[in-house]
Design a protein around this ligand. Structure first.
Ligand SMILES: Cc1cc2nc3c(=O)[nH]c(=O)nc-3n(C[C@H](O)[C@H](O)[C@H](O)COP(=O)(O)O)c2cc1C
Length: 189
């Protein structure tokens, strides 16, 4: 079950924008992050939630999508995320968030996938704009944004070919292909 979940847990960037993700669902996902591993058990992560169309639209404007797809500016109106979880590091707890936010983000996305939702971590963020929009005090470092919604795209894993190209791409049907390195390439000893 966990194997299938991890393999199916692909970054999703197009959604059914008419299918809302309620606040309760976001709370359940953050609760999975809450019980995830944390260096020295400091638990410095805090979260800002968005599930209303207006706020979603404002957050969308701060994000950059799929840098390798040069002719795709990101999901169009009607295919945009219906919720966001903004992951913050509380500098009053520590100055170094290590990989806590990566672990927490994976817990959130696996939890989302397990209930038929899809999402994408976004690190390419206009941070000043997002800070102002959410009225975030300097105390909080913006670490990642997780976009969420009901998936409207097919994503498949492929193998990195002999040319070594790791760039994801879309075929004529709009299927998103994600090349992964082979197992024997990443085990070095
Ligand atoms: C830390 C991190 C930051 C990312 N930032 C972005 C981003 O800003 N925009 C985006 O479209 N995808 C972003 N992604 C998604 C990656 O592009 C994606 O994980 C990669 O293409 C592999 O696809 P997969 O998640 O389906 O395995 C990010 C992923 C990670 C782990």
């Amino acid at each position: 079950m966990i194997e299938e979940l991890v393999r199916q847990n692909r970054s999703c960037r197009r959604f059914h924008q008419d299918r809302a993700v309620p606040r309760e669902t976001l709370l359940g996902l953050v609760d999975l992050a809450r019980v995830s591993a944390s260096a020295a058990n400091l638990q410095p992560l805090k979260y800002a939630l968005s599930f209303e169309p207006e706020k979603n639209a404002a957050i969308f404007a701060t994000l950059a999508w799929a840098g390798y797809l040069k002719d795709w500016p990101g999901p169009g109106e009607g295919e945009r995320p219906t919720a966001y979880i903004v992951m913050l590091g509380d500098r009053d707890i520590t100055a170094n968030f290590g990989c806590d936010h990566g672990i927490a983000a994976q817990s959130i996305l696996l939890g989302a996938r397990a209930q038929g939702l899809g999402g994408c971590m976004l690190g390419s963020i206009k941070r000043d704009q997002l800070r102002e929009l959410l009225s975030l005090p300097e105390r909080y470092e913006i670490l990642l944004v997780i976009a969420l919604g009901v998936p409207k795209e097919e994503v498949v894993l492929t193998e990195v070919g002999p040319d070594g190209d790791i760039k994801y791409w879309r075929d004529a049907r709009g299927v998103h292909h994600v090349p992964k390195r082979r197992l024997d390439e990443i085990i070095i000893k």
